[in-house]
Structures are given as C-alpha cells and as structure tokens.
Design a protein around this ligand. Structure first.
Ligand code: UDP
Ligand code: MG
Length: 317
C-alpha cells in the first residue's frame, strides 16, 4: 500500500453527462497538477447529448493517458462510477483510484493531499465539501443535511454531510467494490458501511466551469431513495409502530365513549365527522404503508432481473 515505488500509478474515474466544454479543461488540469504520478484518466460518458464523446476521443488521440467508455444511453452517475471501477478492475490496474466530477468542482490540485493521507495508512480518503462562504440555496443545504441525517439514522451507517463522490481508494478497496453485486449502486453508503479505514479531508469546491448542474431534484430524490432503501429495512417497521399507535388511539377513544355514556355526561353527537376522520386517517396510514412495501417490492423485482445496470456502446483503445 504505502510502500509502493514512485511514480505512483493513479487512475482518475470521471463520469460525464453533457460536459463537452469541461473535458479539455479537465485534461489540461490533470496534465498540470499530476506530473509526479503515472496517471491515466478514464472518462465514462453517461449518454451525453452534446459532443462529450468527441471531446473524449479527441483528448485520447492527443494524449494516450486519456481513456474513455461510452454508455449507450444515460444510466446515471452512480452506474457511470460503477462502470468505471469495473473497467479499471479489468483493464486499468493502478495503485490508487480517484473518483471525481468532470466539471472541475472537485479540484485536481487537491489530489496530492489525498495521496499523502493514503500514504499515511488510510484505505479510503474521502473529500468533504466545505460549504462555508459558498452560494448554495437554503433548499439544497437543508435537503442535503436532512438526507445525511435520515440516512445515518435509518441505516446505522454514519455518513457525514458534504460527502460527495470525490475520493481516493486503493486497489484492495477497488476489489471490494467490484465484488459487491448491488444493482442499486450507492457508493456513498457502501464505503462507510464497509468499515474500511477512512480519512476525511475537507476541501473547498470550485465553481462549475461550464454548463449547469445535471442533478435535478428528481435525480437527487431517486439517489436518496435508493440510498435509504438499499441500506435499511427500518421503513418497513414503521407499519408496526403506526399500527400500535392507531390501536392505542382507538382504545383510548372507546374508553372515553364508554365513560361519558355510562356517566350520562353527554350523548355522543359527533358520530359522522369522527367516523369520516377515522376512516380517512386509517386509509391514509394503510396507503402510506402499502407505498413503502411497494418501493421495497419494486427494488426486489428489479434486483432479481439478471439485466446489467448499464450498457457500453463504445470505448477507446
Ligand atoms: N453526471 C453523470 N450522469 C448524470 C448526471 C451527472 O455522469 O446523469 C456527472 C456530471 O457530468 C458530473 C458529475 O456527474 O461530472 C456530477 O454532476 P453535477 O456536477 O451536475 O452535480 P452537482 O455538482 O451539481 O451536484
Ligand atoms: Mg458539479
């Protein structure tokens, strides 16, 4: 691990979705900042609609350190990471692997610090985004913190805020990752779950160079849901809690009706509204629980299919 002879072999794994303008800048930054390493970069084109693949092949022709994989369509960021890691395991062995974004928000000049932490004995070096002083909407800050809190609580896997997919891992960790057969790949949860020795390094993200964020609210919700469902069955237990709460409420209400009727305090005249409220409340609870069951069943159904989670349409030599 840490006694590897220099130059260290390093592979950058970079998912790209419509990042045409950022790819040449990314390669330029790698050429400038990674001179001391024997580096390669593997771009995974996640079904871009712009000229990202042309930009990758042009960069490959100019510099053979640049490699590329091209998905047949958009399969999502986590699948692009998975494909990059599986390809690395097959054809691009290195001493360390760094996953990072193509938009240069994850600064390449920070990588030497990550290597130092790895040389110090960490198996996983996780970069933690520092949001202080950045212009982030209250909504994004709130939802991101809420997700990390809910995920940690439900799964029992400690995940701190600001953990994006900017990290360095060694060859042994890569072997562990590719051995996991999860169809619903969620690397941010898998590595903390593994318990492998991790060092967290705070970094300040840069502004996106070109284009806009591809993580729409829908994509963020899908990622959060697959993280929670993939690492916890606690939401399924919610039906037991809600069932017990409604039994207790029903018993309390029955006692109340019994007491007021027997003591002649009042005759119950609110029959219709209370009946409707109870029917609606119980119906809502049942639908809610059915929804949770449905999510897990859907995931089971998809996991059971022997279909691959991505399809590679093309790749560089
Ligand atoms: N990305 C991808 N597939 C997608 C969405 C995003 O490969 O379906 C890539 C994107 O090109 C970038 C990284 O994932 O390299 C992070 O995306 P983005 O910068 O849009 O996310 P943000 O930084 O806004 O969270
Ligand atoms: Mg970004």
């Amino acid at each position: 691990m840490s006694d590897t002879p220099d130059p260290l072999r390093m592979l950058l794994i970079v998912p790209c979705y419509n990042e045409e303008a950022n790819i040449p800048l990314f390669v330029e930054s790698a050429e400038q900042n990674l001179k001391e390493y024997d580096w390669q970069v593997l771009f995974v084109n996640d079904g871009s609609h712009d000229g990202s693949w042309d930009a990758i092949t042009a960069a490959h022709e100019r510099n053979p350190r640049v490699k590329g994989l091209c998905f047949a369509r958009n399969f999502g960021h986590q699948n692009a990471l998975k494909a990059g890691m599986e390809e690395a395991w097959k054809d691009h062995h290195a001493d360390v692997y760094v996953t990072l974004d193509a938009d240069l928000q994850h600064p390449i000049e920070f990588i030497p610090q990550m290597v130092q932490a790895w040389r110090g004995g960490a198996r996983v070096v996780q970069a933690q985004r520092e949001d202080a002083g950045r212009k982030i909407s209250f909504f994004k800050k709130f939802t991101s913190r809420a997700f990390y809190g809910i995920f940690s609580w439900l799964s029992g896997v400690k995940m701190q805020p600001g953990m994006s997919d900017f990290r360095l891992i060694d060859h042994g960790v890569l072997e562990f990752v590719v051995s996991c057969r999860d169809k619903d790949f969620f690397l941010r949860g898998l590595l903390p779950w593994s318990g492998l020795k991790t060092e967290v390094l705070p970094y300040t993200p840069k502004e996106r160079q070109h284009g806009v964020s591809k993580f729409t609210l829908k994509k963020m919700c899908a990622l959060a849901l697959s993280g929670i469902v993939g690492y916890s069955v606690r939401p399924l237990y919610i039906s037991i809690v809600l069932g017990m709460v409604s039994i207790c409420l029903a018993m309390a209400y029955f006692l109340y009706v019994l007491v007021v009727t027997c003591c002649g305090i009042t005759t119950i005249s609110l029959g219709w509204p209370s009946l409707i409220a109870t029917v609606l409340a119980i119906g809502g609870v049942q639908l809610f629980i059915l929804g949770i069951l449905g999510i897990y069943m859907g995931k089971l159904y998809m996991e059971n299919k022997e279909r691959p989670t991505y399809v590679i349409g093309d790749k560089t030599k």
